[in-house]
Design a protein around this ligand. Structure first.
Ligand SMILES: CC(C)(COP(=O)(O)OP(=O)(O)OC[C@H]1O[C@@H](n2cnc3c(N)ncnc32)[C@H](O)[C@@H]1OP(=O)(O)O)[C@@H](O)C(=O)NCCC(=O)NCCS
Length: 157
C-alpha cells in the first residue's frame, strides 16, 4: 500500500466522513455531523476539511474552521487500523500550516473529558488545557478545552 496522502475533501467524501464522525467521535451522543453538515463544511470558504487516503477508503479526516485570530479544530479521526502511524499528527499539521500562513495566532479544540486518548494526543501536538465546559456534549459529557499558541503577531513565539 502506498503511503497516505493528505488532500482537501471533495463532495463525494462527505458520507464517509460523516460515518467516521458517528463511529469514532460522536458515539453515545446524537449524530450531529451527518453528510449534509459535512458537505456544508467542505463547501464553506472559511473551513478546510482534510482527508488522508492511500489506495482505498479514507483513513482519516480533520475539519478546521478559520477565523481572524483563531482556528477551531472541529473534528479529527483516524480509522482504528491506521492509528499510531502518524496520520493524526499529519492531518493536524496540514490544517495548522494553513492557519500559520494566514497569520492566525492560536488553535483551539475540545475533547470529550472521557476521551483520555484524544487529550493525550492533543498534548503531544503542543495543545494545553485551559478550560472545562460542563455538559458540553448533549448536556451529559464535559469537554476539556485545549489551545495551541502559534505566535503573537509582530512578536513571534
Ligand atoms: C486521536 C487520534 C486522531 C490520533 O490519531 P493517530 O493517527 O493515532 O495519532 P498519531 O499516530 O499521529 O500520533 C501522534 C502522537 O500523538 C501521541 N498519541 C497518539 N495517540 C495517543 C494515545 N492514545 N495516548 C497517548 N499519546 C498518543 C503520541 O505522541 C504520538 O506519537 P508516537 O506515535 O510517535 O508516540 C485517533 O486516536 C482517533 O481517531 N481517535 C478517535 C477519534 C477522536 O478521539 N478524535 C479526537 C477528538 S475530536
Amino acid at each position: 500500500m502506498r503511503s497516505a496522502a493528505i488532500r482537501l475533501a471533495m463532495v463525494q467524501d462527505a458520507p464517509a466522513i460523516a460515518a467516521m464522525s458517528q463511529a469514532f467521535i460522536e458515539h453515545g451522543l446524537g449524530w450531529s455531523w451527518q453528510a449534509p453538515r459535512v458537505l456544508a463544511a467542505i463547501r464553506d470558504r472559511a473551513t478546510n476539511v482534510a482527508v488522508a487516503q492511500a489506495d482505498g477508503p479514507l483513513l482519516g479526516f480533520g475539519i478546521m474552521q478559520y477565523a481572524d485570530d483563531s482556528a477551531h479544530l472541529a473534528l479529527l479521526a483516524v480509522q482504528p487500523q491506521a492509528r499510531h502511524q502518524g496520520l493524526g499528527k499529519r492531518l493536524v499539521l496540514w490544517l495548522e500550516d494553513v492557519a500559520r500562513t494566514a497569520g492566525i495566532e492560536r488553535l483551539r479544540v475540545e475533547a470529550r473529558a472521557d476521551n483520555a486518548n484524544a487529550i493525550a494526543f492533543y498534548r503531544a501536538q503542543g495543545f494545553q488545557e485551559f478550560a472545562r465546559s460542563v455538559g458540553y456534549y448533549s448536556g451529559r459529557i464535559d469537554a476539556v478545552r485545549l489551545e495551541k499558541r502559534l505566535f503573537v503577531k509582530g512578536i513571534g513565539l
